[in-house]
Design a protein around this ligand. Sequence first.
Ligand SMILES: NC(=O)C1=CN([C@@H]2O[C@H](COP(=O)(O)OP(=O)(O)OC[C@H]3O[C@@H](n4cnc5c(N)ncnc54)[C@H](OP(=O)(O)O)[C@@H]3O)[C@@H](O)[C@H]2O)C=CC1
Ligand SMILES: O=C(O)[C@@H]1CCC=N1
Length: 270
Amino acid sequence: MNKKLAFIGAGAAAEAIIAGILRAKIVASEQIIVTNRQNEDRLKELAKRYDVKYTTDASEAIQFADIILLAMKPYDLHDAIDSWKKEVRDEQMIISILAGVETAQIADLIERPVPVIRAMPNTSASIGFAATALSSGKYAGKEHLELAGALFQTVGITSVVPEKDMHTITALSGSGPAFIYYMVEAMEKAAIELGLDNQLARKFVIQTVLGAGHMLQITKEEPERLREQITSPQGTTEAGIKVLENHHFQRVVSECIKQAKERSEQLGRK
Ligand SMILES: NC(=O)C1=CN([C@@H]2O[C@H](COP(=O)(O)OP(=O)(O)OC[C@H]3O[C@@H](n4cnc5c(N)ncnc54)[C@H](OP(=O)(O)O)[C@@H]3O)[C@@H](O)[C@H]2O)C=CC1
Ligand SMILES: O=C(O)[C@@H]1CCC=N1
């Protein structure tokens, strides 16, 4: 891709995308510049790790870029944009990965009809396994959506969704990996408490999650059906599932996703 990218915000999400797109070789490291608010050590770290350019001057990053990728926390957006909004050029586009923030809010803050694509990836982008949802802002054309799609397709799967669904996507697949890791932490801890060797517990829980994911993808069976295949009458799985049911596991998970969605809505309103 013959485009230069400026990452405004240099945290975990920016790094996952940088790692993923460099790994996929869709852009070269010299086509990427990173900047943040104040942590120059972090910029140096990314420059060293990925050979990308860095600057402490946001204007320099804006001047460099064809695509401005917003990757700061939602509540830092206003301050971040204020310092460089007048420098945005007509031919540039913005991709925002901020939870909750609408494309219209970004165009309003920049005070001009700038093409904005909202994207919600996840940290699995770093290894090419992200699920990224994309929505077009009012001033974005087909070409902007295609460009953002081409970028994120290199780091996993993509789907275009109505912007109203972005809050749910953020809960499901933006935050989702953390919910899976939380489950993994709990399973691993239990196995270790029961006397299993740490490394063995880790190795087996990883393969179990991987295997379950591949089973869902390859067999295309309903998760319920796959679960039933494992659950022998009066067997071990049934004994475990009963505990999950007694503790309202499905209700808890449902509440978790709904709270995360609601938080996304709140972040957008701030
Ligand atoms: N983490 C994830 O899994 C995902 C995150 N997102 C979204 O990505 C965004 C970033 O998240 P994450 O990477 O986790 O956050 P981090 O806290 O890791 O990184 C935030 C970055 O933004 C920078 N920043 C803060 N203020 C400004 C500013 N005024 N100008 C330029 N840069 C600034 C910070 O710089 P400094 O350190 O100098 O303050 C830091 O580099 C969020 O909006 C989040 O919703 C989306 C999908 C997944
Ligand atoms: O926790 C957050 O707010 C961000 C958005 C999606 C994943 N992390």
